[in-house]
Write a protein of this length. Structure first.
Length: 326
């Protein structure tokens, strides 16, 4: 269905039906579905993705505290406590809240405690990468370690290596590192671009790290807004088309839409559409189905804060990409 009655839906769980059920229960103050879901999630990549989504929902409530009170020896509950602590610290930092330092310290201690209790879990180390963003002055030595490649700057490479050791090329770990590099580079994005290319060159087939260069390209577009007509060439440049083709071949052809990040699918569809690769884009839109995200489509609008404008761009891109098959 290329247009007509089709309307996309946003849900943080995307196609992961079990996660959608747990999110719904969590929003009504119930934690049992979350506990059962995490109890049967054995894959580290999926574990990371599900705990991240659940923490974003749980951070505004005391549901995880209730779970820990009811089941104080539950390791998944301890991981979720760490996740929620980090989410709250990051939100406080973003809002300039006066309790940021206190929340940061609490979250850091939770990460270290959970890392000791669950030594094979990448999540505590990924959470430490998230907290590295709060160290704007680079005061902590672990955030200033030499990089593993000469084109990359100092940073929390030891923490990334710990996450990599537990779940190689974990999607969230590499995105957290990318966010750290964004914060270092308010102007040109050469360091972030070098990191994305470095990760994509070595990641195995099926890894979502292959999509990272598309995020950097969108971030560059976002920072250069105001010259939108000229920036249309941004997506048809030879290197842009090459990056989209690489993500399609190295990631999408191996990925399961059910557990793929909706953001990754959206960035790939956007890049292929922007590069006029409509037939390839149509296959990604099929995988997206009805579960879309406002980004990166919002950056193609006059007001990125208006989701209705983003939806218009998404539907226009989807309709054009599917048109040749209808």
């Amino acid at each position: 269905m290329a247009g007509g009655d089709f309307r996309p839906v946003y849900h943080p769980a995307g196609h992961d039906h079990e996660l959608r059920v747990a999110v719904q229960d969590l929003r009504t103050g119930r934690w049992l579905s979350m506990a059962q879901l995490l109890g049967r999630t054995g894959d580290w990549g999926l574990w990371t993705q599900r705990t991240q989504v659940l923490a974003a929902v749980a951070a505004g409530s005391d549901v995880v505290d209730a779970w820990r009170t009811e089941d104080p020896h539950s390791l998944p509950a301890a991981v979720m406590h760490t996740r929620v602590s980090v989410e709250r610290a990051v939100r406080a930092h973003r809002a300039g809240h006066p309790r940021t330092r206190e929340l940061w310290q609490q979250a850091w201690e939770a990460c270290r405690s959970t890392a000791g209790a669950s030594p094979g879990d990448p999540v505590p180390w990924i959470c430490l990468l998230a907290l590295a963003l709060l160290d704007e002055g680079g005061l902590m030595a672990e955030h200033r370690l030499p990089a593993p490649a000469p084109t990359l700057p100092p940073g929390p490479w030891g923490i990334l290596a710990e996450a990599d050791q537990r779940d190689p090329y974990n999607r969230e770990a590499y995105h957290r590192m990318l966010q750290f590099l964004y914060a270092r580079t308010p102007g040109p994005l050469s360091e972030a671009a070098n990191f994305a290319q470095w990760g994509a060159r070595s990641a195995p087939p099926g890894s979502a790290v292959h999509v990272l260069p598309l995020y950097v390209r969108v971030e560059r577009y976002r920072r250069e807004r105001g010259q939108e007509r000229a920036l249309d060439l941004h997506w048809v440049a030879e290197d842009a088309i090459r990056e989209a083709a690489h993500a399609l071949d190295a990631w999408f052809r191996h990925a399961s839409p059910r557990h793929a990040s909706p953001l990754d699918l959206g960035h790939l569809a956007h890049a292929l559409w922007g590069g006029l690769q409509f037939e390839e884009a149509a296959r990604v839109f099929d995988a997206i189905g009805r579960y879309w995200t406002t980004l990166p489509w919002a950056y193609r609008t006059p007001d990125p804060s208006d989701p209705a404008l983003a939806e218009e761009v998404f539907l226009r891109a989807r309709t054009r990409s599917l048109a040749d098959r209808d």
